[in-house]
Design a protein around this ligand. Structure first.
Ligand code: PLP
Length: 396
């Protein structure tokens, strides 16, 4: 059999490790990257404080899943822990392990549940696990004495995804009683906290209260209870909860007006340096499909940011970027690695000049919230899509 030495350097399953190794030189030399996300950790800490005050001082599980919504899980997680978050919440075992490997020691809650075979690893790393259904309860009870960890029981109060249904609770009580020593919390998740009509959210809260009463009658009274995401914190849907689980608001973003009223500060801006500038005559077409035709002589700046980086293709001929205290249109189609911006001839411009693609000024037309609105989506989708190949710079 031919031996290909290069193949042996990493197992094919170790794709993430290979990617990270590949990026190491750039992490040491961030100036080598023409595209960067700049994250203001001071803003993250101030947002935590604002959300905590809006939540009546309740303790915070800061949700940092999906690489902290694209902001960078380890630096943001560390900043939140240092600023006083009770703990961090992630979606998977891998995300929890990434935080531990990054040196984060605070409680970490894995929201997405775990198969029993993953329990030993979670226990060894001191992770806290959401129990998301009636399956595996017996296996958990058998494993926990040898692999102890804290559990949060997730109830499906109306989200329709994870969690024990109220109708399943009665039959599960004997199994849950066996797990009682490990239960630290009970949780639910709102489906419509952003809806001006709070009817369904209030119904979910009533279901939550009924389930908690049923658990208490069976002698299961965990210390923590939490049902609220960012919008629930901003809209006072917190009932008697001890903790809250905001994500988006910590990054200074919101889908409801209360976010701006609270003064949340967007933590991230996306900056690309101009890779090339050219002056074009009228009639010049730009990019795939020739969707932009220069109406007059103008400068076209090419930036090294495309849909592979998470800058949406449908922002072409629609978005603006910030430069020299003005905004200029993104023209033509956004391609995989590049986008193009049109500027008048009299604007001084040179390769290396920085342009802002996502502004941290919430009122700017190229803020994440405004771009998401223009696209008919939510801010989450835009920041979560920011690829790991973009270098992140952190400011205290
Ligand atoms: C279970 C759970 N809790 C809390 C959050 C945080 O939500 P938000 O970012 O809207 O505050 C999420 C996010 O999707 C979630 O899935």
């Amino acid at each position: 059999m031919p031996s290909a030495g290069w193949r042996n350097r990493a197992s094919p399953n170790d794709e993430r490790q290979v990617n990270e190794q590949h990026l190491e030189p750039l992490k040491r030399h961030p100036e080598g990257r023409a595209l960067r996300a700049e994250v203001d950790l001071g803003r993250v800490a101030r947002n935590l404080d604002r959300v905590q005050r809006a939540s009546g001082g309740r303790q915070i599980w800061g949700v940092v899943k999906a690489n902290a919504y694209g902001h960078g899980a380890v630096p943001v997680g560390r900043a939140l822990a240092e600023a006083g978050a009770h703990g961090l919440a992630v979606s998977s075992l891998e995300e929890g392990l990434e935080l531990r490997q990054g040196g984060i020691e605070c409680p970490i809650l894995v929201l997405g549940g775990l198969r029993p075979e993953a329990l030993p690893a979670a226990s060894a790393e001191g992770l806290t696990i959401a129990v998301v259904g009636p399956e595996h309860l017996a296996e958990y009870a058998n494993l926990l004495p040898r692999h102890p960890l804290r559990l949060h029981l997730k109830l499906d109060t109306g989200m329709g995804r994870f969690g024990l249904l109220p109708s399943e609770l009665g039959a599960c009580l004997p199994a849950l009683r066996r797990l009682a020593p490990w239960f630290e919390g009970v949780m639910g998740h709102f489906a419509t906290a952003d809806d001006p009509d709070q009817g369904f959210a209030l119904r979910q809260r009533r279901v939550f209260e009924d389930c908690l009463a049923q658990l208490a009658d069976a002698g299961i009274r965990p210390a923590q209870r939490h049902h609220g995401n960012s919008d629930a914190c901003l809209r006072g849907l917190l009932g008697e909860d001890t903790h809250v689980r905001p994500g988006l608001a910590l990054f200074g973003l919101a889908t409801v007006a209360e976010g701006r009223e609270l003064g949340l500060e967007p933590a991230l801006s996306l900056v690309a340096e101009v890779a090339r500038v050219k002056t074009v005559p009228p009639g010049t077409t730009v990019g795939y499909g020739r969707t932009f035709v220069a109406p007059q002589p103008m400068q076209i700046a090419t930036l090294a940011c495309g849909y592979a980086d998470g800058y949406r293709r449908d922002l072409g001929n629609r978005a603006v970027v910030g430069f020299a205290n003005r905004t200029f249109p993104v023209v033509g189609r956004v391609s995989m690695d590049y986008l193009t911006v049109a500027l008048p001839l009299d604007v001084p411009l040179a390769p290396g000049d920085p342009m802002t693609l996502f502004s941290s000024d919430p009122t700017a037309p190229h803020s994440v919230e405004r771009l998401a609105q223009a696209l008919g989506t939510i801010p989450y989708e835009l920041t979560c899509a920011l690829h790991r190949r973009i270098s992140r710079r952190y400011f205290p």
